[in-house]
Design a protein around this ligand. Structure first.
Ligand code: T3D
Length: 286
């Protein structure tokens, strides 16, 4: 399944316009660099950043740009009072030659899902700063981050059941793992708002913070991760995802392979030297 989605994504081509400072320009998102931190802002505030398929195509295009931009951490947030209200329910295709179901299947398999796969395979840490509602596939996007920080006023909403749909964007997979079957069932089948603080208590997110502090704390975390040993952090992402799927023995073998790669890196040499010299390591991300 993942192979198919990855193949679909690689066939998505989007001509990306560049701004004067060589940062890519998009219609539905913004991508900005601050040092080695890339900030991707969902940018349709008038619709609470509702996501048409084109937004996810743009997110995928932005992800592809990250290595060239020198990004060592990705921060995702939303413009205005929402993180993302899910798929755009107003701007749906008016194609009457295909059923609603066929169109939905096409947009999920060609736009939304391949982007979620690409995000899962990213080799730099991902932080979501959830500034308001994260609903539907917007909730999936928020929970796919390595660290999900949320403003206390924000909430998470598996909105699908309220409009007669099923969770997508990997929500079923993520929720079952992140909060267990009972709470995943509650979120999916009751479709009620889960406040940021409850989400933190459940272990659904990393931390709920005061609204005024959200972006400062998210940036500080992103910067800290961007200054970390990027190669090792990237392998931790992959390792954690695979650990949920494989046996203890397989995990030990994976760790040995990853450790061999990490041990050969300049950052590991720097880390060892810094320890001996009793100073803070200056990791370069290689
Ligand atoms: O077919 C497929 O594509 C399948 C894919 C499915 C993936 C999904 O994500 S399905 C889930 C889609 N999302 C939802 O069902 C949530 C819909 N929105 C809401 O329930 C509420 O808007 C919220 C709970 C998110 C927020 O409520 P509130 O009271 O804070 O704001 P509001 O007044 O409802 O919304 C403000 C504006 O945003 C409003 O527009 P207006 O009246 O000011 O012109 C509203 O229509 C618009 N908006 C909010 N959510 C969406 C949206 N427009 C389009 N799509 C949305 N999802």
């Amino acid at each position: 399944m993942q192979g198919t989605l990855a193949a679909t994504l690689s066939s998505i081509t989007l001509e990306t316009k560049m701004s004067q400072d060589s940062t890519p320009m998009f219609e539905t998102i913004r991508l900005e660099m601050t040092g080695s931190v890339a900030t991707l802002t969902l940018n349709r505030p008038q619709r609470l950043n509702a996501a048409p398929p084109a937004m996810f195509v743009e997110i995928a295009a932005a992800l592809k740009q990250l290595p060239a931009l020198g990004a060592r951490a990705l921060l995702i947030t939303g413009e205005g009072r929402a993180f993302c209200s899910g798929a755009d329910l107003q701007g749906r295709s008016t194609d009457t030659t295909a059923s609603r179901g066929a169109q939905t299947y096409k947009s999920l398999s060609e736009s939304y899902s391949p982007t979620m796969v690409a995000l899962s395979k990213l080799s730099v840490p991902v932080i979501a700063a959830v500034n308001g509602v994260a609903a539907g596939i917007g909730c999936s996007l928020a929970l796919a981050a390595d660290f999900t920080l949320a403003a206390r006023s924000a909430y998470f909403l598996e909105a699908f059941v309220n409009i007669g749909l099923v969770p997508d964007g990997g929500a079923t997979w993520m929720l079952a793992r992140q909060v267990g079957k009972a709470r995943a069932t509650e979120m999916m089948m009751l479709g009620e708002r889960i406040a940021a603080e409850k989400a933190e208590q459940w272990g659904l997110i990393y931390r709920a913070v005061d609204d005024a502090d959200l972006m400062t704390q998210a940036h500080a975390l992103a910067e800290r991760l961007a200054n970390g040993p990027t190669l090792a952090l990237g392998m931790m992402r992959k390792g954690l995802a695979r650990a949920l799927e494989q046996t203890y023995d397989e995990t030990l073998a994976m760790e040995a392979s990853h450790q061999a790669l990490a041990a050969d890196s300049a950052d590991a040499r720097e880390g060892g030297m810094a320890f001996l010299e009793r100073r803070k390591p200056a990791f370069k991300g290689a």
